[in-house]
Design a protein around this ligand. Structure first.
Ligand code: A3P
Length: 345
């Protein structure tokens, strides 16, 4: 009898012991996973003394992890709800300029823990068919983010498309607008190079840049050539200014973003009222690529695709001189309006 009671007691102790150890192991695992899953939760705790959002560095890893899964659609509705994630309309848009460095700017800003990028160009405001689908369609194209993060999209065609300023104004009249520009002649050649590559890929021949940029009848700059027109920045900006005050624009120097990205990004952080979080650690020069690449953490880094940073064809120096002379007065006007002098030739 005594023996039976002792065995029963031993069994009870064993069961309770296993339960205790099991619970302990569960708690350890849970705390570990919470630590992984909540780096930028709780949102309320991220505001510093001056009302500025504070974003722990671990948010960067989080952005690469869970948010990435959400973006790919690998998350359940329950997870989205649990993590307070939303699809927000952009608070800032990189409106152009094509070949100015729009992709590099978007990717670099995405290094900031408070910024979430729309990876694809959405072309909502410049494409009538998309625009007709309505603002909810646009919002659903946005990535998941926390309410305190800001979403940024880039569609360089916005800058030169007639209808876009009014359409964006109707969505949000206080939106922040980023324009990244390069020296206009270099930008035009870069634009040409992209089109040329497309033609070559299809085994098609194409005109030389000189033939397109200079009108053979007048020997003057051909203003009908799109790559030339796009580089007359002030003309396009003037259309935007009918809707938005100049304070809502920030000009990024695309040539400097190539050689010295950090100070340009710091100016953007300031413009977007973001706490400075992008550092030199996040940007490293890759000699093979000849460009700065992005470092998210010790494990994850990336360079832009090979289609960014093409070798430009050689262009007749007299054509370059002619183009630079042509753009000069427009550039002066652009500096004057924007308050940013870029010392282009
Ligand atoms: P090129 O191909 O003429 O060199 P966009 O993204 O608007 O199409 O702009 C492309 C340009 O971004 C490239 O033009 C390239 O010079 C520039 N760029 C700026 N920073 C870059 C970076 N870190 N890596 C690759 N390209 C970059």
């Amino acid at each position: 009898m005594l023996f039976k009671q002792q065995a029963w007691l031993r069994q009870k102790i064993l069961v309770l012991g296993s339960l205790a150890v099991g619970s302990l192991l569960y708690l350890v695992a849970r705390v570990g996973s919470l630590d992984r899953l909540q780096p930028i939760c709780p949102i309320e705790g991220r505001f510093g003394a001056h009302g500025q959002a504070e974003f722990p560095l671990r948010a960067l890893q989080f952005k690469r992890g869970l948010l990435h899964e959400f973006r790919k659609g690998n998350a359940s509705k329950e997870q989205v709800r649990l993590h307070d994630l939303v699809q927000q309309l952009p608070k800032a848009i990189i409106i152009g300029v094509r070949k100015g460095g729009t992709r590099a700017l978007l990717e670099m800003l995405n290094l900031h823990p408070a910024v979430v990028k729309a990876s694809q160009e959405i072309h909502f405001f410049d494409n009538d068919e998309n625009y007709a689908k309505g603002i909810e369609w646009y919002r659903k194209k946005m990535p998941f983010s926390y309410p305190q993060q800001i979403t940024i999209e880039k569609s360089p065609a916005y800058f030169i498309t007639e209808e876009v300023p009014e359409r964006i104004y109707k969505m949000n009249s206080s939106i922040k607008l980023l324009i990244i520009v390069r020296e206009p002649t270099t930008r035009a050649i870069s634009d040409y190079t992209q089109v040329l590559e497309g033609k070559e890929r299809k085994n098609k021949t194409y005109y030389k840049f000189e033939k397109l940029a200079i009108d053979p009848n007048t020997c003057e700059v051909n203003t009908k050539y799109k790559a030339v027109r796009t580089s007359i920045y002030t003309k396009h900006l003037e259309r935007w200014l009918k809707y938005f005050p100049i304070e809502q624009f920030h000009v990024v120097d695309g040539d400097r973003l190539i050689t010295e990205p950090l100070p340009e990004l710091q100016l953007v952080e300031k413009f977007l009222n973001l706490p400075p979080r992008i550092s030199q650690y996040n940007l490293y020069f890759n000699a093979t690529r000849g460009f700065y690449c992005l470092r998210f953490n010790i494990i994850f880094n990336k360079c832009l695709a090979g289609s960014k940073g093409r070798i430009h064809p050689e262009v007749d120096p007299s054509v370059i001189t002619k183009l630079r002379k042509f753009f000069h007065p427009f550039n002066q006007k652009f500096y004057q309006i924007t308050g940013r002098t870029l010392n282009w030739p």
